[in-house]
Design a protein around this ligand. Sequence first.
Ligand SMILES: [Zn+2]
Length: 328
Amino acid sequence: MLSRAPHTVALAFSAALITVPADALRNGSEPAARPHIATVSVGPDTRMLVIAPHPDDEVLAAGGLLQHLHAANGALRVVYLTDGEAYREGVQVEDHVASPTPSNYRAYGRQREQEAHAALRALGFGAESLTFMGFPNAGLSRLMTTYWSERRAAYRSPYTRRDRPSASEIVVADTEFRGEDLTQELALMISDFRPTMILVPRKEDQHADHCAAWFFVADALADVTRVHPDRDVDVVTYIVHYYSWLFEDDAPRTAPPEDLSGGVSGWLNVPLSRGELKTKRKALALYKSQMDVMGWFLNGFARRSEWFSRQARPNVTLPVRRSLCDSS
Ligand SMILES: [Zn+2]
């Protein structure tokens, strides 16, 4: 239940951000009071489930917060909905081919999986923390509408030509590229891992896979709550793709998007120390296939602040007739 989160988890406040301006000290004047800024707190009891539509989203959005989790001895599971395999320009560069074939796209997905392992290792987490679902990159929002149930053929990726995850990735028998199958697998993972906190993109994210991730997680949580009404989880959202956000300046600390509300929680800031920033950069650099084609984008997220928020529960039940996410 998304809307219950704010009532069950107290917001912590970051004392580190309440600083005394140096010139105020020099002048001997009273420093102006600065607003307290809410943050996301983690501890040894935190069990964090990160929903990453593509390998790299977890580090872009939360490479600092994941380090806080590791330092606190919390538990982590990152669930990658897709392998990020449908990135034509990336495949062209990696494989030096003008017209990638399905096998090029599949290989690219495997490469990104390996990079995810390396990046998470750099943040202190082993292979047990990563789960790859193998759903179709650039196809998730279609699963909320047309390709929901077995009343019609499953979605087939125009990139890999697959219509289901690979055998090793399937956790519920007979899973294919259908929305109800994705919800069912997610619900099982949430039930099994029993997260206290879920990080997921918010619906305003302009990448349709990210937006779809929000609705699928909400749908899966509704299923879990029906079976385990006593369980509660703190759902915290992040955003990666939003107009020119983060690229309007190169300040070491960022602000949240000006025209986007912080939802029911207001914006939550996670500050990174210089050392944590260095480690985040190192983890991002391990996504070599992405650095090769869009290093500027990844490095744009290597700043001394990460932004999160809590959103009201969406008032929709899947499937929906028309896509709730912009493209595809
Ligand atoms: Zn992504």
